[in-house]
Design a protein around this ligand. Sequence first.
Ligand SMILES: C[S@@+](CC[C@H](N)C(=O)[O-])C[C@H]1O[C@@H](n2cnc3c(N)ncnc32)[C@H](O)[C@@H]1O
Length: 330
Amino acid sequence: MDSLSTIGENHGMTRYELHHANCFEWLKDQPANSFHGVCTDPPFGIVEFLPHEMAKMRSGRGGVWRLPPTIGGSKRDPLPRFTTLSDKEREHVQVYFRELGEALHPVLVPGAHILLAGTPMLQHLVQMGFAEAGFEVRGAIMRLYRGFRGGDRPKLAEAEFPEVCVTPRGNYEPWMLFRKPIGERTVAENLRRWGTGALRRIAVDQPLPDIIQSGKTPQIEESVFNHPTMKPQHLLRILARSLLPTGEGRILEPFAGSGSTIAACEAIGYDSVGIEVDDEYFTALEPNIAALSALYPTFKGQRLELDPQSDQLSNKRQQRSQRGIQSALL
Ligand SMILES: C[S@@+](CC[C@H](N)C(=O)[O-])C[C@H]1O[C@@H](n2cnc3c(N)ncnc32)[C@H](O)[C@@H]1O
């Protein structure tokens, strides 16, 4: 495909490229060593963004997408339920991520990092796939936020087992970290030659932590575009910024969705490239990126605190639950 490729022609000073394509096909045509980092939020269970599942999600009926229970009268967005995956689909997850790793490997410079959003239930399969593709597994950065997964009593026996939950209630999202092995003798030499091999600190006296206090995507961001899995600018700007340790290079987001990662790169002042296969999402990318990157103009991912302008701060229930998570960690 790649029916429309926007390379800053109509963008004035913007620094991104967008491609309407299947990223696996698109990656085959890219020159070696052309990206310095990947910040991405791929389909977790693979099946949820296939056309038949998307049709079910858009019509609100059946499939892997479910509507979480209404809480306090407020309408919830659909969430994919990964417990419904069959053994074969689980195997497919690992193969899918091995193939994604194999497609990314040649286009990344030595020492380039990948930050990839996942779900605790499938994390091991993603890590095995990337390891098989030749990447180093470098742990994960935990986004702490109150999700809506898990914590339920056994279905249709809730009253019988009031003290039971089938899985723990989800309070984090792992952003798995991978590195293409460095090509030089030391990290310092790799940094000098390729600008990669390490991560950018939050500040000179503050390393990047592996837990980031986050929150639900703020209303002001969700009102820009209705994408079921839009990630918050606060988190994305911190993560994307960390991928270019010297501030030089180009970030790839092969699953652009609403354009939130590209908007984060734009806000920071990083060059980036976004790929999106879905027609509706691709068409909305440019206006979404313009609107999202214009939010919180002083926040460029260079501190961990939430931006005072963000309604992540004004959501009282969210704040209470974040305090609960924090105190549980102490
Ligand atoms: C989990 S969503 C990304 C959401 C994004 N992080 C955001 O904040 O809006 C994954 C996206 O990848 C797209 N996608 C799925 N398979 C793809 C492929 N092979 N190539 C390019 N895009 C793909 C889907 O249409 C979907 O929009």
